[in-house]
Design a protein around this ligand. Structure first.
Ligand code: PMP
Length: 354
C-alpha cells in the first residue's frame, strides 16, 4: 500500500549537510559559526524560568521582535520571526507566489532549498544562469518573467556578495513585484539591505540567528519588511503553526541580538580566518572564489571535488560537496576556528603530498 499523497511522493526533498555519528569530525560542512553563542544568550538560557513552559509562547513575540528591530534600525511591526530562516523562506512561497502562476526566479547556482520550496508549493520557477565567474548580473534576473525574485546575498554556495548600491537599484527596478533577499550570511559581509525595507514596500530581507549569532541549534530566523508583505507571512503562518518560535528560543535570541559587542568580535574572528584560509588554500593549488560569507568555495587544479571531499572525510574533516552541474569540481568549506582550519590544511597537505 502506498499511503502517501501525490505531493509527498513527487517532491525531491532538500538534503542537509551530513551529521555522522561514527567518529568525531572537524565539522566544516554546514556553515555553522565555530564560536559558542554569546554569554548573555547562555545566561538567558540558564536563568530561564522553566515553569513558564506550561504556557504557549507569547504570540506577538514582543521582546524578541523589539530586540531585533533595535538591532536592524526598524520598527518591531516590521519584523516577522520563524523556526529558522528556512521556515520563513518556506512561508514566502504560499504568501507571495500563486500555485501555477508566473512563478519565482533565482540563480542557477544558489541555495538549493529554493527549488524544493517551489515544488512543494506548486510554484513554477526559472533558474537564471550566473556568469562564468559565478557573479550575478541582476539585470538578467530583472528580465525574468516571474511573480517574484529571490537572491541570496552573499550567495551560497559561492560566497560571492553583491554591493548594497547594486541591490538597491535591483529592488527599485522591480518595484511591481516582491524581491526576497536571503541574507543568511550577511554578518560576514556587513552590507545588509534591511534598512531599505523602509523605502521599498516590495523588499523582504530574510535573516537568521544560525550563522552570525552562533545559534543554529536554536532554530530562529526572521524577515524584515513592509506591513504589506509581513501580513502575507502572518496569514500563512497562522494557517500552519501559530507558535513557531518557542519560549526559550525567544528569550535566548533576544539576549543574543542585544550583545552587539560579542557578535562583532566573533564575526571579526571568522572574517580574519577566512582571509588566512583563502591564502593557505591558494598556496595548496586551489582556486578560491572571493568569499563574503563564513565559508569558501574552492576547486583544486589537479584533484576533483568528490575526490577531495572523500579524502578529507577519511581524514576526519567534513566539507560539503555538491554533485551538480557547474560546481562538481568545488567543495564548500566552512571557516572554522584557527585550530579547525589548521586541521583541514594538515589533512589536505597529507592528501596532496604537499
Ligand atoms: N539561507 C541560506 C542561503 C542558507 O545557506 C541557510 C542554511 N542552510 C539558510 C538560509 C537557512 O538557515 P536557518 O534555517 O538555519 O536559519
Amino acid at each position: 500500500m502506498d499511503f502517501l499523497s501525490r505531493r509527498a511522493r513527487a517532491i525531491v526533498p532538500y538534503v542537509a549537510g551530513e551529521q555522522p555519528g561514527d567518529r568525531r569530525y572537524v565539522k566544516l560542512n554546514t556553515n555553522e559559526n565555530p564560536y559558542p553563542p554569546s554569554p548573555r544568550a547562555l545566561a538567558a538560557y540558564q536563568n530561564y524560568d522553566f515553569s513558564s513552559l506550561k504556557l504557549y509562547p507569547p504570540l506577538a513575540m514582543g521582546e524578541l521582535r523589539a530586540a531585533i528591530a533595535a538591532a536592524e534600525g526598524v520598527e518591531p511591526e516590521n519584523i516577522f520571526c520563524g523556526n529558522g530562516s528556512d521556515e520563513v523562506l518556506a512561508l514566502c512561497f504560499p504568501a507571495f507566489f500563486d500555485e501555477g502562476g508566473a512563478g519565482a526566479a533565482f540563480a542557477d547556482v544558489t541555495y538549493s532549498f529554493y527549488p524544493v520550496f517551489c515544488s512543494f508549493f506548486g510554484v513554477p520557477f526559472t533558474e537564471v544562469p550566473l556568469e562564468e565567474d559565478f557573479t550575478q548580473d541582476l539585470s538578467k534576473l530583472t528580465a525574468a518573467k516571474a511573480q517574484g525574485l529571490l537572491v541570496a546575498n552573499p550567495n551560497a554556495p559561492t560566497g560571492i556578495g553583491i554591493p548594497l548600491a547594486e541591490i538597491e537599484r535591483f529592488v527599485a527596478a522591480n518595484a511591481g513585484r516582491v524581491v526576497i533577499l536571503d541574507e543568511a550570511y550577511m554578518p560576514f559581509f556587513g552590507q545588509s539591505a534591511a534598512p531599505l525595507t523602509k523605502k521599498y514596500e516590495n523588499l523582504l530581507v530574510v535573516k537568521t540567528f544560525s550563522k552570525g549569532y552562533s545559534l543554529a541549534g536554536m532554530r530562529c530566523g526572521y524577515a524584515v519588511g513592509s506591513r504589506a508583505l509581513l501580513a502575507g507571512l502572518e496569514r500563512c503562518r497562522d494557517s500552519f503553526n501559530s507558535y513557531p518560535v518557542d519560549r526559550v528560543c525567544q528569550a535566548v535570541c533576544a539576549a543574543a541580538v542585544a550583545d552587539a559587542a560579542y557578535y562583532a568580535d566573533t564575526t571579526a574572528r571568522v572574517v580574519s580566518e577566512r582571509a588566512r584560509l583563502t591564502r593557505a588554500l591558494e598556496g595548496l593549488g586551489f582556486t578560491v572564489l572571493p568569499s563574503c560569507a563564513n565559508f569558501l568555495f574552492a576547486k583544486h587544479a589537479a584533484r576533483g571535488g568528490q575526490e577531495i571531499y572523500a579524502a578529507l572525510r577519511a581524514r576526519g574533516v567534513l566539507v560539503r560537496h555538491f554533485q551538480k552541474p557547474r560546481i562538481a569540481a568545488y567543495n564548500r568549506i566552512t571557516v572554522g576556528t584557527p585550530a579547525e582550519n589548521d586541521a583541514l590544511l594538515a589533512a589536505l597537505r597529507d592528501f596532496l603530498g604537499a
